[in-house]
Design a protein around this ligand. Structure first.
Ligand SMILES: CC(C)(COP(=O)(O)OP(=O)(O)OC[C@H]1O[C@@H](n2cnc3c(N)ncnc32)[C@H](O)[C@@H]1OP(=O)(O)O)[C@@H](O)C(=O)NCCC(=O)NCCS
Length: 185
């Protein structure tokens, strides 16, 4: 926080982003940090995730797709995706179940880093060819929609009454392709 308030008004966005990214680190969700993941989810989302959800995000095949984000040493963000097989043999899609960054830590490129990590890992995933990544976004969440559109997502559907316990209940379905070589090392 101190960093952004002390930034010069003329400092360029790429420079600020580069500096922010040196403070961001990602680590896979494991049994050891699952308590932190639960806490972040409970603060970030108005949905209580099931025990099954917490078992599935520990599966070895989703290690690169379920990541905890730290800003310096503080756990502040989470992205959790699952793999879904497509009808076409050998192909699949990633479904983003949760993605969020604690409010005081937003706009520091943490969400972008999480998404880029997952997209890069998806492009090099060897068990299946992962063609796309998609997610549901509540139709009131215009800032998340804008964020995802900046990252190449497009609306491919509107699912009515998708949410059972929160309003509005409808969700946009947003998707983008997984592209080889988009994020080189
Ligand atoms: C959506 C969400 C995950 C984005 O995370 P984030 O860490 O704030 O994302 P980033 O910092 O990478 O980018 C956010 C915005 O800041 C801008 N930004 C990023 N780094 C920046 C920088 N260094 N300087 C200035 N602006 C910057 C981005 O361009 C982006 O702008 P936009 O909102 O107009 O698209 C976060 O807002 C969030 O947790 N929201 C609540 C939970 C939620 O809605 N999750 C999605 C539901 S599926």
């Amino acid at each position: 926080m101190a960093d952004s308030s002390s930034s010069s008004a003329v400092e360029s966005k790429p420079l600020k982003a580069a500096r922010a990214s040196t403070k961001i680190s990602l680590t896979p969700v494991t049994a050891n940090n699952l308590g932190t993941v639960r806490k972040l989810n409970s603060v970030l989302f108005p949905i209580k995730y099931s025990d099954r959800f917490y078992q599935d995000i520990l599966l070895p095949e989703v290690e690169e797709f379920c990541q905890l984000a730290y800003y310096q040493d503080v756990p502040v963000g989470i992205i959790c995706c699952r793999i879904e097989a497509s009808e076409k043999a050998g192909e699949g899609k990633l479904y983003c179940m949760t993605m969020g960054v604690l409010a005081p830590y937003r706009d520091r490129h943490i969400g972008s880093e999480c998404l880029q990590h997952v997209l890069k890992a998806a492009a090099s995933y060897s068990r299946l060819r992962l063609t796309d990544i998609y997610m549901h976004v509540q139709i009131s969440n215009t800032s998340a929609r804008r964020f995802y559109e900046r990252h190449g997502f497009r609306q491919i559907g509107l699912q009515e009454r998708y949410y059972k316990k929160i309003v509005p209940r409808d969700a946009w379905v947003l998707e983008r392709p997984v592209t080889q070589g988009e994020f080189p090392d």
